[in-house]
Ligand binder design. Structure first.
Ligand SMILES: [Cu+2]
Length: 334
């Protein structure tokens, strides 16, 4: 067999191999390492990424919703023994010492959100810090039961954090059923209507419209730097969702009501409880909603928000000092 034949035979074989390899490539698609997808290149943290990375992150809390951890990034929330009339706590830092330097966020260095594990008894208070770093506030616990306390703060030199811890209050505990979803919530003569569609694993926008005696309220007052402050908690584990008011007081385009728009990141399907603080006529009030997102165990996939015709909870109405105020469905119905 002469050289030319041998050479053309060899080239034919080579073409066949490359052809086969190209064919396989088309079938399989681009090759990536699972680790890469999870972190380096991820943008939206799509569920698939999470399934790859969640385990790794869940242990260090990187992608867990806020409020589930007592300790994160070296910072730890610890209640401090005090009298029953008061609640005290400290934040310790990565070096173990008590943190005393905090940046101001939403007009305060420390936001303390308190709720009973049945999602009643909501309080949003602003403790005062002693020079030694111990934070103190009049007791925010209205009834016996197990409470979740969230400390929402920004340690100077660190990243903003929301840590959570349980606090048990002795006494006869009458857990309250979560009010069913309803499109409106009333408080002290105000009616708040909630609108917007949310999807698990995505952030979405909710619009809350405030009316009084049927008339839209167009002169809401700034509270913590915005015309409304929304806290959202996941039923079951009380995950604390990130909520951002759209627009800001004095930005020339955000009106003082009646509509308040919030961007909210919903990590999963489930039942959520929303607490809207708004200030009007010198008083801070809270409207509460139950929200079902995605397909829930009861099989009704709503995705649309719904509120609760809350009983009159004007007990939650306080003067507009921006200081503490009481909220939540009145627990004394038992
Ligand atoms: Cu606050």
């Amino acid at each position: 067999m002469n050289t030319v034949t041998k050479l053309s035979g060899f080239l034919l074989g080579l073409a066949a191999v490359f052809g086969a390899a190209y064919g396989v490539g088309q079938l399989v698609g681009p090759v990536t390492s699972s680790a890469g997808t999870g972190h380096g290149s991820d943008t939206g943290h799509a569920a698939s990424d999470h399934s790859v990375t969640t385990d790794a992150h869940a242990t260090d809390g990187a992608h867990l919703p806020d409020g589930l951890l007592t300790s994160q990034d070296g910072y730890t929330l610890t209640p401090v023994p005090s009298s029953p009339e008061e609640f005290a706590f400290r934040i310790t830092g990565p070096d173990g010492s008590t943190v005393t330097a905090f940046d101001i966020e939403h007009e305060q260095r420390m936001h303390l959100i308190v709720v009973r594990r049945d999602l009643s008894g909501f309080r949003h208070v602003h403790p005062q810090m002693d020079p030694d770093g111990v934070w103190r506030t009049p007791s925010p616990f209205e009834e016996p039961g197990v409470y979740r306390v969230f400390a929402d703060f920004h340690p100077t030199g660190g990243a903003p954090l929301t840590l959570g811890t349980d606090v048990s209050i002795a006494g006869m505990y009458y857990p309250q059923p979560l009010p069913p979803p309803a499109p409106t919530s009333t408080v002290d003569g105000y009616t708040v209507t909630l609108d917007g569609a949310l999807e698990p694993g995505h952030s979405g926008t909710l619009t809350l419209s405030v009316t009084r005696d049927g008339v839209p309220v167009t002169d809401l007052e700034p509270y913590l730097g915005a015309y409304g402050h929304l806290v959202a908690l996941r039923a079951g584990d009380l995950a604390y969702l990130h909520v951002h008011p759209e627009g800001a007081v004095g930005d020339g385009q955000t009106n003082p009501g009646p509509d308040l728009r919030f961007t909210i990141e919903v990590p999963t399907a489930g039942t959520y409880r929303l607490y809207l603080d708004f200030q009007h006529a010198g008083v801070v009030r809270t409207a509460e909603f139950t929200l079902m997102v995605g397909s829930t165990s009861s099989g009704n996939s709503s995705g649309t928000p719904s509120g609760t015709p809350a009983a009159d909870n004007t007990t939650g109405a306080d003067d507009a000092t921006g200081a503490d105020h009481t909220h939540g469905t009145p627990a004394h119905t038992h």
